[in-house]
Design a protein around this ligand. Sequence first.
Ligand SMILES: [Zn+2]
Length: 139
Amino acid sequence: MSFGAAASAHRGRRPAPDSLCPCGRRAFGSCCGPVLAGVPAETPEDLMRSRYTAFALGDARHLADTWFPATRPDEVSVDAATTWLGLEVLRSETSADGRSGRVTFRARWSDTGTRDQGVLEEDSRFVRRAGRWYYADAL
Ligand SMILES: [Zn+2]
């Protein structure tokens, strides 16, 4: 269980546009749906939410596409045994120059094999280059 790791890249599944987004904010079609389809995220929080949703849906390609190249692993995968149960954004901010940002969040998970459950709390850092936000790393 982690927000990193190795292996396959695929597009995952997609909820209906009017169903609640896996990130829990609002309808998928006006939340993470467009970002997963390639529309640039407007804020670090929007990108972070889309990456959580990509983990929830098994979309390793979106995770790779939105990972800053300098810190991206050679292969990006989604652990099929991990089910993501909910997201809570605790704090998000964008730097004054608009080139970096931070998002602190909690994500609840369970492991379908071991039935373990837990909460991942992470302080993620993001950078913006050429109009696009990228995940850089976590503190
Ligand atoms: Zn969302």
